[in-house]
Design a protein around this ligand. Structure first.
Ligand code: UD1
Ligand code: CA
Length: 483
């Protein structure tokens, strides 16, 4: 149904204070699904390939401008020093550069709008030969929105803000979504005539519709079929509401593409994440940033992945991973923490209660239980015994540990970096390794054990331990040792 309509300029209004958010961060810089509200809007606008994007900034100018440079370096930012309303913002944007053809104007606080909806809206506007069109929606709860007033023939006559509406007009459930398309010349002529005769004493962009109409121009109100797309965010409840809708939309897309999501209501996936088919995501999981998951992998339950590459067939259970690569058929968790720079090769394991950072664990190597691995390179086929610590920090600097192939690190080993353990070497359990261990040797670095016989019977007489020892045949004099 969409014939592509050329858009000369797309104007995004984002200068408002966002007072109702009660935040020191600009409203449009709050995030849902891994992108700012403004980024979602700008991405939808980009799908129209407008000749130019103009973004009106005001409140939190520096941070919003810096963000615009990242997400849309081609966009022109226009500074609205005095926030005198959406009409004032549009006037400035219009005056910022010559404009012709179609001008689309929308608010920076409606992140659920899609490029497809905008394109469909532009097509209908063109088909009807309108000079101005407003996108409308029938809201289950219209409060706070401007209402669409239509005449007896169903044609729009004006938009009235809730604060300025009569009791009768407040009953209208068709609202202004804040998305408009104008003919540039008609808009330029009418926008000059705006006045502040309203309850807020502001210039209302909405009034342009009635102005163009009274000049004999054809205007139209075009009803969108999905009101959820046009929800605006003014406060934190609406932020959460929109985030939940976005979550469902993203999850639906993945499920339709062959991903199993066991509990979509507790699974939060950023719009930037890539997931192959036949991946399973278990309840309570969150996938953020540039995370990608290859086929057959199982994620969760209760797992958070941020900027993580998960290769085919890997399993990540109840864990938190950031900036890591998890190799094919590798296993992580439960209850493990992979930090930036962790790379698990194919078939490797970071088991229960394991923390790893800036380290490579070679093919088939295992760190099964209760260990910390930092700044290390571990070869293939190696096993790191339970409760091993890579002592990488001397209090001032970080140092590296290099472990070879087919090494067996005994349980509770301290590897004091910088240190290396050669291929096929062993360390004895409980060792504190401070010297390099040559290939094929075993390093024993702990005190030799001494048993003082009869000690409990002498020094802890009349205890349950002494009684148990006596029952087992021990005697006071079974040792000559002191103490
Ligand atoms: C506006 C519309 C209302 C519509 C609703 C849709 C007007 C007068 N009202 O109301 O009909 O139903 O959006 O969500 O247009 N902004 C500026 N400069 C300003 C004032 C606002 O750039 O001086 C920006 C804001 O940052 C925001 C957008 O314009 O992104 C809309 O402003 P907001 O105050 O949220 O308007 P609403 O009261 O929601
Ligand atoms: Ca709004």
């Amino acid at each position: 149904m969409t014939s592509r309509v050329q858009v000369g300029a797309a104007i995004v209004l984002a200068a408002g204070e966002g007072t109702r958010m009660k935040s020191s961060t600009s409203k449009v810089l709050h995030s849902i699904a891994g992108k700012t509200i403004l980024n979602h809007v700008v991405d939808a606008v980009k799908e129209l390939s407008p000749a130019q994007i103009r973004i009106v900034v005001g409140a939190s100018r520096e941070s919003v401008e810096a963000h615009v440079k990242e997400i849309a370096p081609q966009a022109l930012t226009v500074f609205q020093e005095v926030r005198n309303g959406t009409g004032g913002a549009a006037q400035l944007a219009l005056a910022a550069a010559p404009t012709s053809g179609n001008v689309i104007i929308l608010a920076g606080d409606t992140p659920l709008l899609t490029g497809t909806t905008l394109a469909d809206f532009a097509s209908v506007h063109a088909e009807h030969g309108n000079l101005a069109s407003v996108l409308t929606a029938e809201m289950p709860d219209a409060s706070g929105y401007g209402r669409i007033v239509r005449d007896e023939n169903g044609f729009i006559t004006k938009i009235v803000e809730e604060r300025d509406a009569s009791d009768f007009e407040k009953l209208i459930d068709e609202v202004n979504t804040g998305v408009y398309i104008f003919d540039a010349a008609a808009l330029s002529a009418s926008i000059k005539k705006l006045n502040t005769n309203n309850s807020q004493g502001e210039l209302y962009l909405t009034d342009v519709i009635a102005l163009i109409k009274s000049d004999g121009g054809k205007v139209g109100a075009i009803l969108s079929n999905d009101y959820t797309e046009t929800l605006g965010i003014n406060d934190r409840s609406q932020l959460a509401e929109c985030a939940a809708i976005m979550r469902d939309r993203i999850n639906d897309g993945h499920m339709r593409a062959g991903v199993s999501i066991v509990d979509p209501t507790t699974t939060w996936i950023d719009s930037t994440v890539k997931i192959a088919k036949d991946v399973t995501i278990l309840p309570g999981s969150a996938l953020h940033g540039s995370t990608s998951v290859e086929t057959g992998a199982v994620i969760g339950p209760r797992t958070t992945l941020t900027d993580v590459v998960v290769k085919a067939g890997a399993k990540v259970v109840e864990s938190n991973c950031t900036g890591s690569e998890i190799g094919e058929n590798a296993n992580v968790g439960p209850f493990s923490y992979l930090r930036a720079g962790t790379k698990l090769a194919a078939g490797a394991k970071a088991g229960a209660y394991v923390e790893i950072k800036n380290s490579t664990v070679g093919e088939g190597s295992k760190v099964p239980h209760l260990s910390y691995v930092g700044d290390a390179t571990i070869g293939s086929g190696t096993n790191i015994g339970a409760a091993t610590i890579f002592v990488n920090y001397d209090g001032v600097d970080k140092h590296k540990t290099v472990i070879g192939d087919e090494v067996r690190i005994g349980s509770d080993t301290m590897l004091v970096a910088p240190v290396s353990v050669g291929d096929g070497a062993y360390t004895a359990a409980g060792s504190v390794i401070t010297e390099d261990v040559p290939a094929g040797s075993i390093a024993v670095a702990r005190a030799k054990q001494r048993n003082i016989l009869g000690w409990v019977l002498r020094k802890r007489a009349n205890t349950k331990s002494a009684e148990a020892a006596r029952n087992a045949g021990a005697t006071e004099t079974s040792d000559t040792g002191a103490n």
